[in-house]
Design a protein around this ligand. Structure first.
Ligand code: CA
Length: 233
């Protein structure tokens, strides 16, 4: 599975600092965007699939803490907040504004990188959808999210619209266990008022189409007492 480079947004009004961070992170394989203020930051967050944000506390138009609170209203993008004073860290933690980590200036690039790695690892265990992926491929199963086509060992598989919606949603949320009612909402919409177990027959049909052994599924894994998760990662 090929992973696309992660996009990091650096929100920092001091160009000297942001340029050092930019060139360092680019050397580590990240795609780096720099915003000098809150307005630019939100423009980039709306436009790009940002994977993580390094956020300075003191900015010309908004405070880093207000930016973080605003981000958290709509998104769980990991945020590392940077402050100039050690005692601010305790104050910020106490406010519970939703940052994932804090650093005090001056910091070493090595320290920054270590914290980014930790935060990204933690968030990949999380329920963030992989918006930036156009397809899933593992050598056996191939799902194209743009054209809604599915191939099993190179051969095209026909899924119904509901079956496709269920499978695609599960693939886009690695490690997420879907409750039956969630899958029903995804597949059939909110207006459906049938029995939760209706989803089981969809799962059974998808398994017949994509699993090598339906009794021992690789992809649509039953989580007893809860629902289902995608097991192809
Ligand atoms: Ca600043």
């Amino acid at each position: 599975m090929r992973l696309e480079p992660k996009k990091v947004l650096v929100v920092e009004d001091e160009a000297k600092i942001s340029e050092v961070i930019r060139s360092f992170l680019e050397s580590k394989g990240f795609v780096v965007f720099v915003a000098e203020n809150g307005r630019q930051a939100f423009g980039l967050i709306d436009k790009e699939n940002i994977s993580m944000i390094i956020l300075d506390l003191m900015l010309p138009d908004m405070s880093g803490e207000d930016i973080c609170i605003k981000i958290r209203k709509t998104s769980r993008i990991p945020v590392i907040m940077v402050t100039a004073k050690v005692d601010e860290v305790d104050m910020l933690k106490g406010l519970g504004i939703g940052a994932d980590d804090y650093m005090t200036k001056p910091f070493s690039l090595k320290e920054l990188y270590a914290r980014i790695e930790v935060v990204l690892r933690r968030s990949s265990d999380d329920l963030l959808p992989l918006y930036n992926k156009n397809s899933f491929m593992n050598g056996d199963l191939e799902v194209d999210f743009q054209y809604h086509t599915i191939k099993k060992q190179g051969r095209e598989v026909n899924l119904t619209t509901s079956e496709y919606k269920i499978l695609a949603s599960m693939i886009k949320y690695p490690n997420k266990v879907f409750a039956r009612e969630e899958l029903i909402r995804i597949a059939l919409g909110d207006e459906f008022e049938g029995f939760d177990r209706a989803i089981d027959s969809h799962i059974k049909n998808i398994r017949q189409k994509i699993e090598t052994d339906t009794k021992n599924p690789d992809y649509l894994i039953t989580i007893h007492g809860t629902g289902y998760k995608f097991g192809g990662y």
